[in-house]
Design a protein around this ligand. Structure first.
Ligand code: SF4
Length: 284
């Protein structure tokens, strides 16, 4: 099925987000989805525009709030595959509370973060993923704060699917998104997606020189959380591939009584006057 629509992205030429859009479209087709059973929910930022560029249900939410909306969509309609997306500022600064709780909730949503280590839409300020010493308009002397270790954070918060990729590696990214969609629980996929306009440090070449593919790490086992944490720490978080997956833990939906019986969107919620009056009396 074709997940392309006729909206032309207004990202800068060369922005990493183009590849993320292509990877989502390919992954959705590869797992057999159709546009009417996919919902893409996004936050605010350059990357937040992605929900308008994919032929599916889409919701462009507010800053840092993609995940509450995405979780609501999934709870109301279990038949939809739900992808939430946004940037590192959106998900790891203002939206971090939602990110951590969605992770520990293990709700069946795939969260794709386009991590460019800067705020691009507002013309280049230091983000929670910028490294110490990073100079921008907001930190002209260089940031004194270290970058947030988001993959380690996800493991600590109890994530059951943690992956990282590079927007240049379309094949790996597409495969990881497919696995994330198929995963029964919350999947976090952090994608290094260079901002060619404002981030002159973390460029395509910089990532090519600094990233390690987990498939090249001898004996790496993505089902061992301790070794996942150790590998991340040894490589300063700069790894790509499936970092960790736990297929044993039940998803939020499996644990919620009645969820599997009838989708809220199909339920007959008409109360009728008698039932309404009765409810009112109970609350009085
Ligand atoms: Fe992409 Fe940066 Fe341009 Fe935004 S400002 S569209 S992140 S290259």
């Amino acid at each position: 099925k074709d997940f392309r629509n006729n909206v032309k992205p207004n990202w800068c030429p060369g922005c990493g987000d183009f590849s993320v859009q292509a990877a989502i479209q390919r992954a959705a087709a590869n797992v057999g989805l159709t546009p009417e059973n996919l919902a893409v929910v996004s936050g605010i930022g350059c990357s937040g525009r992605i929900s308008g560029y994919i032929n599916s249900y889409g919701f462009h939410g507010i800053h840092g709030r993609a995940l509450p909306i995405a979780q609501g969509v999934k709870m109301a309609n279990r038949d939809l595959t739900v992808i939430a997306s946004g940037g590192d500022g959106d998900g790891f600064a203002i939206g971090m509370g939602h990110t951590i709780h969605a992770i520990r909730r293990n709700i069946n949503v795939t969260y794709i973060v386009m991590d460019n280590q800067i705020y691009g839409l507002t013309k280049g300020q230091t983000s929670p993923r910028s490294s110490a010493g990073f100079k921008t308009k907001s930190t002209p002397q260089g940031s004194v704060e270290p970058a947030l270790s988001v993959m380690e954070m996800a493991l600590t918060a109890g994530a059951t699917f943690v992956a990282q990729s590079f927007s240049s590696d379309l094949k790996e990214l597409t495969a990881l998104i497919e696995e994330g969609i198929k995963h029964d629980g919350f999947s976090l996929i952090n994608v290094f997606s260079p901002c060619v306009t404002y981030n002159k440090v973390n460029t395509y070449d910089w990532f090519k020189e600094n990233l390690t593919k987990l498939s090249d790490v001898e004996g790496y086992d993505p089902h061992n959380r301790m070794s996942a944490m150790q590998t991340l720490m040894e490589n300063n978080g700069l790894v790509t591939g499936l970092i960790y997956q736990n297929k044993e833990r039940k998803s939020y939906q499996e644990l919620i009584q009645g969820y599997s019986e009838e989708s809220l969107v199909h339920a007959n919620l008409t109360l009728g006057k008698e039932k309404f009056d009765q409810l009112l009396e109970e609350f009085m």
